[in-house]
Design a protein. Structure first.
Length: 133
């Protein structure tokens, strides 16, 4: 019923947040503690920080795969996000992946931050082909 749905939504949020923070732990371990923290006061600087792009891209890929998108559909979107944004383009709707569209709306496809986010998503998708996220 409604309670089960709400509980599952809550659990999905908790899981996504834990996985996001674990991605940061992986970064810290790989850098032997030399990874800097993003500026929490400036949302653009925060989202544009390398550590945040890495963690957000992992979450975005997992979110899209859980929504039923195939790797090929995600790659197609990443090659041409402007087309997906149009009313006739199909692809990933803004309401389906909050993270993807935050990066798209805040930075835009021509921005280096969005481009790094896309490259990171591609790396995650390529790694996903070999194993689970």
């Amino acid at each position: 019923g409604e309670y089960d749905y709400q509980w599952n939504v809550f659990l999905d949020c908790v899981e996504a947040n834990v996985e996001h923070e674990l991605a940061h732990e992986v970064q810290v371990n790989r850098s032997h503690g030399k990874v800097g923290a993003p500026d929490n006061e400036d949302p653009f600087a925060y989202l544009g920080h390398t550590t945040e792009i890495y963690a957000q891209a992992r979450g975005a890929v997992k979110e899209l795969l859980q929504l039923g998108y195939s790797r090929e559909e995600i790659f197609k979107f990443l090659r041409n996000p402007d087309k997906a944004r149009s009313s006739t383009g199909g692809g990933i709707a803004p309401g389906e992946s909050h993270t993807v569209w935050v990066y798209y709306d805040h930075f835009g496809p021509g921005d280096p931050v969005f481009q790094r986010f896309v490259r990171e998503m591609v790396q995650v998708l390529n790694a996903h082909e070999k194993s689970e996220l």
